[in-house]
Design a protein around this ligand. Structure first.
Ligand SMILES: Cc1cc2nc3c(=O)[nH]c(=O)nc-3n(C[C@H](O)[C@H](O)[C@H](O)COP(=O)(O)OP(=O)(O)OC[C@H]3O[C@@H](n4cnc5c(N)ncnc54)[C@H](O)[C@@H]3O)c2cc1C
Length: 810
């Protein structure tokens, strides 16, 4: 008899559900059960090719993939079962200089993560994999951790380890409904009866969309068809003493490995199709899809040149099976925004590389309240309410096609764009804007001069946007620049309890009416989960109204946190991110420009740095904040979306003779480097603490409010951090740091880069990164590895622009 209540019900017995179940037991929860529609592995899991690797464009994901791979030995030891491990190593080929750059950049990141990848030459590739024709191959990244396993054995090993610790697994029992009770617990209605559970985990894999819909949520993922072939026995394979390593050939969009005495090769082909657009059929069982050889013909022809043995080896089987992807290819993990006690473990496209890390992170989150590392790259809250099936489908297809493409740091992908825009979009377009997109919203990256392409060339090196960005920076520093401030997340907080609530949720000081403050938001463990600007205004009734401003891309992440901590009454919270938009003006002429558009007193004394006022600006009623991320004299002017064009007209007309020029995000990110200002997900994120990042100067340790994270922040203040952010000037050539490059001092890796780039104002290459506290001193000589080259760097503590703040505050 199935039990009728449990602390957790995990829906789905694929590799991911079983990993979640095992990890929950590892963290001490044992009153848990997994419910599977059919047998274990009945979704994508059973027909997977079973390959695993660490390479991932996102560094934290790569680290979790490393964790997953190392976990299999532990599973085998606990259960006495075999995962069928073949740790044969693998090499990713580079056939272009750009790919060499990419792989060298990845290797540099791996160094600080403790992953032992190596860049090897064509001769070495031919030696370890003699079936590879290395003509045109410039080198490759070798990873000793690559390998493959038995998908079914591994899933059953997770399941056995969980059962041994007390978890229950119920098979052949489809979940039909998930109904939430008023107290936030769930009734999980199954064919064999109803289970009352405190928490539900959706690990429904191929059916995760349908399982999500049972709880009224849309999870942005989509299944794609995927094909691999297995050849007959081949002497080149079985006559060897050792097993062949994996070979990933991005140019051919293929991955290859040994399968018994033959070869297994799979393709991420361009002619690909989303599967089951209108929903995965419930009667889809342990079955495969019809082969579509015509789709992979070109890839097979290419593979025969790269691996000539394939021409001689007959094909034994073709496997065509579906598996799911999220729009950016990373899993969807964590508490689903808008629901209580409902957790996602879906969209896992590489279950055998990522399943362990997904299980670990989710279990930590459920049992301990937060994951032990930054998992934002796979947080289900990285997509917001704006996401739609149409968007997901287009992006998933693009992601599948780009599985083996290089991800450049400055690249903007074209699918599903433009999606969300502001009324200023056409204005910028007429001015030759080159756009980027984040969180579904278009934002200007830079303005292409006449005669230049309306496209930034993707590159690890300085791009064709360099001169245009330099000119925009100059306009800000020498005259006045204008750009949009729509891509901030903005939250309006009102009601009699607003001040107290903000005081508890934010670690910093809550400003008095008419003022702004900067503050970190902390998790209970004292990690940074937001960097906010708080503004306080008083309405006509004398009530305080607050605006909280933070990263645009963190909206669902922040709303999920706010809603979790919102009191029953007394506080009204609204996400106004796309409704409150406007412009920022910055530069020495910014005050004159604002003054020409308003009758309000904007003199240095009348409107000071960090002041906020209601003001009439041109025809509009605006909220103006005197603050600027450019580090310059600047103002953020917020209006309702309907008024944005009128505000623009007012500013443009008033800008006559002041040298007013528009600037984009590329210039903004260069300007902030002049002051070493950190940014969300680069310098600030849940892997870091206030004292490590310098955000401690905004923590009000002495305030009365018992703010979240206070004990941890106080403890850190007393002991002091062991590492701190510092800034470097780098002797770079034509490439600047991006993030996660290792920093060497006296030949030893001592830290890593969080971000950086080129300061067009100072004409210097800048890096920001962590070093042990004991090492940091002005002028310290270091080296930073950029694209495989060691670049000299030295620590600088004085900002490059306006070091005394005279211009910003004046
Ligand atoms: C051809 C192919 C090759 C692949 N090769 C690799 C590879 O080499 N390496 C790699 O890492 N990955 C590979 N994958 C991907 C891998 O298969 C997936 O990442 C992985 O299987 C996802 O596991 P999952 O547990 O999330 O989902 P699934 O395996 O789909 O599991 C979901 C489970 O939930 C159950 N379920 C759904 N709805 C309900 C319900 N209402 N009630 C009860 N139970 C329910 C299903 O029956 C199913 O068992 C490949 C996939 C394919 C198709």
């Amino acid at each position: 008899m199935m039990k009728s209540s449990a602390q957790v019900v995990v829906i789905g017995g694929g590799v991911v559900g079983c990993s979640v179940l095992y990890h929950l037991t590892k963290f001490g929860w044992t009153d848990i059960m997994l419910i599977e529609r059919s047998e274990l592995t009945s979704g994508s899991t059973w027909h997977a090719a079973g390959g695993f690797h660490t390479l991932n464009g996102d560094t934290n994901m790569a680290a979790l993939q490393g964790y997953t791979i190392r976990l299999y030995k532990e599973l085998e030891e606990i259960t006495g079962m075999s995962c069928g491990l073949h740790h044969v190593g693998g090499v990713t080929l580079a056939t272009s200089p750009e790919r060499v750059d990419h792989l060298k950049a990845e290797r540099a990141k791996h160094r600080y993560m403790g992953l032992e990848t190596e860049f090897i030459g064509p001769d070495e590739i031919a030696r370890i994999s003699p079936i590879t024709n290395v003509e045109g191959v410039l080198g490759g990244l070798y990873d000793p951790l690559d390998g493959h396993l038995d998908p079914s054995g591994t899933t059953h090993a997770y399941a056995k380890a969980a059962r041994m610790a007390g978890a229950e697994i119920v098979l052949r029992n489809p979940v039909r409904e998930t109904l939430q009770r008023a107290d936030g617990t769930w009734d999980v209605v199954t064919e064999q009866g109803t289970v009352h559970a405190e928490h539900v985990v959706n690990a429904g894999g191929l059916w995760a969309r349908e399982v999500g819909a049972m709880a009224g949520v849309y999870l942005p993922l989509h299944p794609m068809e995927h094909q691999y072939l297995v050849t007959e026995e081949t002497p080149e394979v079985y006559e060897r003493d050792s097993e062949l390593p994996h070979v990933m050939d991005p140019e051919g969009e293929s991955y290859l490995r040994q399968e018994g005495r033959g070869i297994c090769i799979g393709f991420y082909e361009q002619k690909c199709d989303p599967w089951a657009v209108d929903g995965t059929p419930w009667d889809f069982g342990h079955e495969l899809l019809e082969n579509k050889i015509d789709r992979i013909e070109d890839s097979v022809a290419f593979a025969c040149k790269r691996f000539p043995v394939l021409e001689r080896a007959g094909i034994k089987t073709v496997i065509n099976g579906p598996f799911t992807f999220a729009p950016d290819g990373n899993p969807l993990v964590g508490p689903v925004p808008g629901l209580r006690n409902y957790w996602s473990a879906c969209g896992v496209m590489a279950g055998f590389s990522q399943g362990g890390g997904v299980g670990l992170s989710l279990a930590e989150w459920m049992v301990e309240g937060e994951p032990s590392r930054d998992v934002l790259a796979m947080d289900v809250a990285r997509f917001g309410e704006w996401i739609t099936p149409g968007y997901t489908r287009a992006k998933v297809r693009e992601n599948y096609q780009r599985r083996f493409s290089i991800s450049y740091p400055n690249e903007e992908l074209p699918a599903a764009r433009p999606f969300q825009t502001t009324p200023a979009y056409d204005i910028w377009k007429q001015q030759r804007a080159v756009f980027g997109a984040g969180y579904g919203m278009e934002a200007v990256n830079y303005f292409a001069p006449e005669g230049e392409p309306l496209f930034e060339t993707p590159s690890f090196r300085r791009s064709n946007a360099f001169d245009a960005v330099a000119a925009e920076v100059r306009a800000v520093r020498e005259a006045v620049g204008i750009n949009e401030i729509h891509n901030f997340g903005k939250y309006r907080v009102t009601g009699p309890g607003a001040r107290d609530w903000i005081d508890r949720i934010m670690a910093g000081r809550v400003p008095k009416p008419g003022r702004l403050s900067l503050t970190p938001m902390l998790s209970p463990k004292g990690r940074l989960i937001g960097d906010f600007t708080i503004s306080c205004l008083e309405n006509a009734r004398g009530e305080e109204e607050f605006q909280l401003t933070a990263s645009f891309g963190a909206q669902a992440y922040h709303m999920r946190w706010f809603q979790k901590h919102l009191p029953e009454a007394g506080v009204t919270l609204e996400n106004v991110s796309t409704r409150r938009i406007g412009f920022q003006i910055a530069g020495p002429n910014a005050r004159e420009l604002l003054g020409r558009t308003t009758r309000a007193d904007v003199s240095a004394q009348g409107f000071k740095f960090m002041d906020v006022r209601d003001m009439d600006v041109g025809l509009t009623r605006a909220v103006v904040q005197r603050v600027s991320y450019t580090g310059d004299l600047g103002y953020e002017i917020y209006v309702g979306a309907d008024d944005q064009r009128a505000l623009y007209e007012a500013l443009i007309q008033a800008g006559d003779g002041l040298g007013l020029k528009p600037f984009g995000m590329r210039a903004m990110m260069s300007l902030r480097l002049d002051k070493f200002f950190g940014s969300w997900l680069r310098e600030f994120g849940p892997d870091y603490t206030p004292a490590e990042t310098g955000m401690d100067r905004f923590v009000a340790y002495g305030k009365q409010a018992d703010f979240i994270g206070k004990p941890a922040a106080l403890a850190e203040r007393d002991t002091g951090p062991s590492r701190k952010l510092c800034s470097f000037v780098v002797e770079a050539a034509d490439a600047d740091v991006v993030g996660y490059e290792p920093i060497y001092v006296d030949g030893e890796i001592q830290g890593f880069v969080t971000s950086g780039g080129y300061s067009h104002y100072a004409k210097k290459s800048i890096a920001i990164g962590f070093l042990p506290v004991g090492l940091i001193e002005d002028g310290l000589e270091a080296e930073i590895e950029i694209l495989g080259d060691m670049r000299k760097a030295h620590v600088v503590s004085e900002p490059l622009f306006d070091a005394d703040g005279a211009r910003m505050r004046g």
